[in-house]
Unconditional design. Sequence first.
Length: 167
Amino acid sequence: MEPKPPQASFTVLTEMIFPNHANALGTLMGGQLLYWMDVAAAIAAYRHSQRICVTAAVDYVSFRSPIRVGELLTIEAYVTRAFHTSMEVYLKVFAQALPSNEKRLSNEAYYTFVAIDQSGCPIPVPPVVPETEEEKRQYEESLRRREMRLIAAGKLDPAAASTLKLK
């Protein structure tokens, strides 16, 4: 399989926040945000693998700043690393106040997707070749995040993790 740079999977999703997306405080409901993040991550995973992909894990979703009714929401997503059949997708969420156009980082997250065939069985995906310093950092750190996910899921013994220093 031909390796791909993270830029090949880069996805941008933009939404306007309306009252039906908000809670009683006039801020975006977390579940709605997670839905849009899942959509953006699925598109990024598809762009990388050119296959239908399913969500395998969602971890480290930070909620730094509320997004209010009337603001624009922009989600940027790209594949940081591909393993055999799975891909880690990094997402950044920005809120933009109107009409001032003040833009702020609101959320970050890592999602894991698995590429599947027509029968629903996992299939191999192309490797990622990072190009920028940020992409290289994300790529290197992804192995530790993957091992932490596998340990939390009970699929990896902490002593077998190559990136953890156990005493």
